[in-house]
Design a protein around this ligand. Structure first.
Ligand SMILES: Cc1cc2nc3c(=O)[nH]c(=O)nc-3n(C[C@H](O)[C@H](O)[C@H](O)COP(=O)(O)OP(=O)(O)OC[C@H]3O[C@@H](n4cnc5c(N)ncnc54)[C@H](O)[C@@H]3O)c2cc1C
Length: 494
């Protein structure tokens, strides 16, 4: 009779073997290492659950490692500060609550990871999943560089239905993916087991003492061009507070108006505000979906709309980046869209702005300028404005390639949730019609969906949004001036 599955085991379809190792030379398996990358959390993390389970099953020690790249997709102080402050909390909790050692390496993971695996004689490396090409290339290189005896597992801990289960091909639109995901939800949208501490203690290499203050000060000074945000507290606890805190949690206090107000930029708190946490993996989308689903009886429309964004739209973005190698260039657009954009590439534009003019929000459109400033200063542009913002870049630059390049550059540089599949797909949707359909043909846009100022004016109070952003910008500038003054004061007193 087959034994019942362990409560800690992970659905086998969630795991892909990137490399099959040969048995260890002395027949005894070595430790298990989890290379945490995209899913930076202890709670509700299938990759961590799988890794600990494998270690305990083989009765071998277990450790978690994180690699801080010298440069990753242009991350600045805003992103790295948020990430490292979250990891600092995680490293304390993992050691204190689970007795798991946490190692942090700096440099190229292709070098640091194989070196560490060699030193500790690991048999199994578990890592989480990202569809982005930089991460995939890095994993391919690691597979080549580790010894024959190392097995490498990749666990999709980010998507509710694992990407390769939901679909084995590039999906055309939300319509073609939705049914495939919904069909598998009962199997995958399930509760998480809690993690048990590893049974064998890590004694192989000395535990590392990380000077977080120095590390954070370093990344902040290097990426100072885009400073940290003061409104978005990093870490798993803060993420859960945003989801279901008693003060202002999305599900506890703000859910009921989500479907009515989510497209109104004057009501930013109608949105969940979860994207920074989802992007850095400080919260699991599966946890958000499980908790939202419990409220479906009282708020059916709001919950359904939220789950459509959180599951279908978000997982569609991963599908696009995984199956479309050109996910961030015009080459990745459908044939009809490329043709229509090229047919209109030489159309006369009313305005052409340089990257510098756009970056400084110096256009003739006060609404667009406000959205750009919301992104630069506040670090999270309202979801509705992101569409208008990107489409205007198409209208005001010399051609679709340049528009896409500029939009992605700003999005990655300033949005706290940037450098994410949803960002590349958001820009591709707005500028190249990805996952959208053709519309009435017009200059510059061709058949790509068009948005304009008059349309926004009909939808929401444009002046109120501009005033709201001006206030935000004023507050940030004031704080910056006060900080500068107090720094100067400190120097003088010293
Ligand atoms: C030009 C453009 C750029 C974008 N850049 C990013 C980006 O860099 N990072 C990012 O996470 N999202 C991006 N989006 C998608 C969307 O605008 C944001 O996810 C959303 O505004 C984040 O705020 P929220 O979590 O409060 O949203 P909510 O409405 O509360 O949504 C909850 C979650 O659902 C998911 N979601 C919502 N809308 C979308 C969408 N259209 N596509 C995919 N997933 C979605 C996100 O994970 C989001 O956190 C972009 C959209 C466009 C049009």
């Amino acid at each position: 009779m087959a034994s019942a599955p362990s409560p800690m085991s992970v659905h086998f379809d969630r795991i892909r073997t990137l490399k099959e190792g040969s048995p260890h030379y002395d027949g005894k398996p070595g430790p298990v290492v989890y290379w945490m990358f995209r899913d930076q959390r202890l709670r509700d993390n299938w990759a961590l659950i799988h890794a600990v389970h494998q270690a305990n099953k083989a009765n071998v020690p277990f450790a978690v490692v994180f690699n801080l790249f010298d440069q990753f997709l242009g991350a600045k102080a805003r992103h790295l500060g948020f990430m490292l402050r979250g990891l600092r909390q995680l490293s304390l909790q993992i050691r204190n609550n689970l007795q798991i050692p946490f190692f942090l390496f700096q440099g190229e993971a292709e070098e640091t990871l194989p070196k560490f695996l060699r030193e500790c004689g690991a048999s199994l490396l578990v890592t989480d999943f990202s569809p982005l090409r930089e991460v995939r290339r890095c994993k391919e290189e690691i597979c080549k560089r580790v010894s024959n005896s190392v097995t490498i597992h990749e666990v999709d801990a980010h998507n509710i239905v694992p990407l390769w289960v939901a679909s084995d091909k590039l999906e055309y639109s939300a319509r073609t993916l939705r049914g495939k995901i919904n069909k598998r939800l009962s199997e995958y949208l399930i509760d998480f087991p809690s993690i048990e501490p590893p049974t064998r203690k890590w004694v192989i290499t000395e535990e590392q003492c990380i000077d977080w203050d120095v590390l954070i000060a370093d990344v902040l000074s290097q990426g100072a061009e885009v400073p940290e945000l003061n409104w978005c507290e990093p870490g798993e606890t803060a993420a859960m507070e945003v989801l279901m805190g008693s003060q202002n949690g999305f599900l506890t206090k703000r859910l009921k108006n989500y479907s009515i107000d989510r497209n109104n930029p004057c009501k930013p708190t109608a949105l969940s505000g979860l994207s920074p946490y989802l992007h850095f993996g400080q919260i699991s989308a599966q946890r958000c979906a499980l908790e939202a689903r419990k409220l479906r009886t009282s708020h059916p429309q709001a919950v359904d709309t939220f789950l459509e964004e959180l599951i279908v739209r978000r997982e569609l973005a991963d599908n696009f980046c995984f199956y479309q190698p050109h996910y961030d260039s015009l080459q990745g657009a459908w044939e009809w869209a490329r043709k229509t954009l090229m047919d209109h590439a030489n159309d006369k534009r009313e305005h052409i702005y340089s990257r510098e003019q756009l970056e400084k929000a110096k256009t003739a459109d006060p609404l667009w300028n406000a959205s750009q400033l919301e992104m630069v200063y506040y670090g999270k542009m309202h979801g509705f404005m992101r569409m208008y913002w990107a489409k205007k870049i198409l209208e005001w630059t010399r051609g679709p390639e340049e528009a896409l390049e500029i939009a992605i550059y700003f999005n990655d540089k300033y949005q706290i949730d940037g450098r994410d599949p949803s960002g590349y797909v958001g820009c591709m949707w707005s500028i190249c019609g990805v996952h959208d359909q053709g519309w009435r043909e017009r200059p510059v846009f061709g058949k790509i969906r068009y948005m304009n100022y008059a349309g926004c004016k009909r939808k929401f109070d444009v002046d109120r949004y501009i005033a709201y952003v001006n206030k935000l910008v004023g507050e940030v500038r004031k704080r910056k001036a006060e900080n500068l003054l107090s720094e100067k004061d400190k120097v003088l007193r010293f």
